[in-house]
Ligand binder design. Structure first.
Ligand code: RP5
Length: 165
């Protein structure tokens, strides 16, 4: 039987996947169980509402929502659930993701979205932040995070020369 998803990884469009796959790959690396799907605030508003309202009862513990442009997905998901919602501003073609960032980060007091950086780094950090939240009650994920950090540090220490291959 498939493992119960701990994280819901959603995005406004298939076109967001090249960014959001970086959240998926770091969660794969850390052994975090997640589900992934397209949920659009504007094209599938009823699905958004159902997904967010049912998420906690389905066993999800964190939602990562990525969107670009008029990026209403993370905020509207947060409006429908008390699970932690991490928002990833996808880099838009027209405005380089500043529109996405402003749409996600400026939530009114009372309905938080933990907003990450624009693009790949934001998606990767959203996966890591989700794992860090889960690590409060999941010893396996906590151990994987510790190993991840140690490996990351060692990789820098092993290559001190910036001009070397
Ligand atoms: C947003 O509109 C999506 O999150 C995506 O970043 C952007 C463009 O979507 P497509 O027109 O490429 O489907 O809702």
């Amino acid at each position: 039987m498939a493992q119960q998803a701990q994280v819901g990884l959603i995005m406004g469009s298939k076109s967001d996947w090249p960014t959001m796959e970086h959240a998926a790959s770091v969660m794969d690396e850390l052994g975090v169980a997640y589900e992934r799907r397209v949920v659009s605030a504007h094209r599938t508003p009823d699905l958004l509402s159902d997904y967010a309202r049912e998420a906690r009862d389905r066993g999800l513990q964190v939602i990562i929502a990525g969107a670009g442009g008029a990026a209403h997905l993370p905020g509207m998901v947060a409006a429908h659930t008390t699970l932690p919602v991490l928002g990833v501003p996808v880099e838009s073609r027209a405005l380089s993701g500043l529109d996405s960032l402003y749409s996600i980060v400026q939530m009114p007091g009372g309905v938080p979205v933990g907003t990450l950086a624009i693009g790949k780094a934001g998606a990767r950090n959203a996966g890591l932040m989700a794992a860090q939240i889960l690590s409060l009650s999941d010893a396996g994920v906590a151990q994987a995070l510790k190993a991840f950090r140690e490996k990351q540090t060692q990789a820098v220490l092993n290559s001190p020369d910036p001009a070397a291959d």
